[in-house]
Ligand binder design. Structure first.
Ligand code: EPU
Length: 416
């Protein structure tokens, strides 16, 4: 298993290109199953999660080619309808094939994802939506068996705004007979992007980007050619790293319109953020200021930036609080950050971060994608060497992060 050795402190400086968004590309890849033919997706990041989804699509019978950030998925020979446990447990987003398979092929067998490192992460809303659309569901031996002759439009009111369940319902409803209305839909840019891609493919979807989405089923959607939006979480992570190291970097090719809440938080703790088109200049202050941040659904502060924000605030002047309202248990990075000298107390879903003057290197363990990037941020701000184990988590969501950070001046090595 690979490790990272990070020698700090460093001050990041330079320019970094932001890649396509992981959480936008994964549902779009699954949506290719709604079509029969060859779809192309551009600006695809070379991530472990993308490779896992490729593997799953190949198991289903798709022909997949991935070259130069361009992914082609040929779905003319789908002959298997099962997402096995071994894949689903390594990547929950595998569940995205459920809706498209049952909508396009009338059947699917998808492993239940099980728990995740930081909490239960249920999929009840996905299943509720599919049942409302007329799918018959059975849970057997850890698998969801779904079948339907033809899905039927329905009104679905989500009790909680869910990115995954909204995407799942959109994908299933585009081929259903009649009209589907989704209420309390997620409005995250990645969901909007999926809907846009499906509209280009011939789906009839209104209300995109709002919490009420109306879908009129069509007989077929055509293979598509779509370019993925920039990853707002990747951009936010590098911006946070610039602040934590008192550096100055330029994020190139991002979409600042998706980043208001993150920029507001980074400015509030002393960062200077200058936006010019799709380029953003971020510089960190001499001394960071404490802050109170609460995660919310989009356009609020994203839970996927919560860990990185705690890493930034670990050295701020005063006491900060970071509250996660989306995932109350998503704090596995906290004990690891404490090993680097951070003073963080957990009070339910609130991390109370008392800024310290100095962090120091120590061996730590990555536990999930964002927790790992928080550890790298803290390690770059810490004095001495930090050994981060289990970095496969970070490879799921950040492409060659060590090479890109090295180009910005970090001392970080991957040890295989
Ligand atoms: N929820 C339910 N039932 C469900 C689904 C969700 O109760 O059936 C709850 C969750 O427990 C949570 C809330 O709804 O409290 C929101 O979860 P959501 O469904 O929106 O999350 P997700 O679709 O499973 C995606 C991202 C996550 C990101 C969340 C929140 C992908 C592949 N994953 O997950 O990204 O944290 O939305 O924005 O898009 C990451 O990239 O590191 C990551 C974890």
């Amino acid at each position: 298993m690979d490790k990272f050795m990070v020698k700090g402190p460093c001050r990041l400086s330079g320019r970094i290109e932001i890649n396509g968004a992981k959480n936008a590309v994964l549902p779009i890849m699954a949506a290719s199953l709604l079509t029969r033919g060859k779809s192309t997706i551009d600006n695809v990041p070379n991530l472990r999660d993308v490779k896992t989804m490729n593997e799953l699509l190949r198991m289903l019978g798709a022909e997949v080619m991935f070259e130069n950030r361009s992914l082609t998925i040929d779905t003319r020979n789908i002959k298997n309808y099962e997402a096995p446990y071994d894949l689903v447990r390594t990547m929950r987003a595998s569940i995205y094939v459920l809706g498209p398979l049952v909508a396009a092929y009338g059947r699917a067998r998808v492993s239940l994802p099980g728990g995740c490192a930081w909490g239960p992460r249920p999929i009840d809303l996905h299943l509720h939506a599919l049942e409302k659309l007329g799918a018959r569901l059975k849970l057997e031996e850890g698998y969801i068996h779904a079948s339907a002759d033809k899905l039927k439009g329905a009104e679905i009111v989500f009790s909680t705004s869910s990115v995954g369940a909204t995407a799942q319902a959109i994908m299933a409803a585009v081929l259903a007979r009649g009209v589907t209305t989704l209420k309390n839909s997620a409005v995250e840019p990645e969901v909007t992007e999926l809907a846009r891609c499906l509209i280009e493919a011939g789906a009839n979807i209104e209300g995109v980007g709002t919490s009420v989405i109306r879908i009129e089923g069509v007989d077929r959607v055509e293979p598509f050619h779509h370019r993925v939006i920039p990853d707002r979480i990747e951009a936010g992570t590098f911006a946070a790293a610039a602040l934590a190291t008192g550096g100055e970097i330029e994020l190139a090719g991002c979409d600042p319109a998706h980043m208001d809440a993150v920029f507001e938080a980074l400015r509030a703790c002393g960062g200077v953020i200058e936006v010019s088109g799709d380029t953003v200049r971020v510089s960190g202050p001499e001394k960071l200021e404490a802050l109170h941040v609460v995660t919310h659904e989009y356009p609020g502060f994203p839970t996927d930036m919560q860990a990185q924000m705690i890493a930034v605030l670990a050295r701020a002047r005063g006491t900060s609080t970071v509250t996660d309202t989306i995932y109350p248990d998503r704090f596995t990075h906290v004990p690891e950050l404490r090993r680097l000298g951070a003073s963080i107390r957990l009070d339910g879903n609130i991390a109370v971060v008392k800024g310290v003057n100095r962090l120091g290197g120590a061996p730590v363990m990555a536990t999930d994608i964002r927790a790992s990037s928080a550890l790298i941020i803290a390690a770059m701000a810490a004095e001495g060497t930090t050994e981060i184990s289990r970095v496969y988590h970070i490879d799921r969501g950040y492409e060659r992060i060590e090479e890109r950070l090295r180009r910005l001046g970090a001392e970080i090595e991957r040890i295989s």
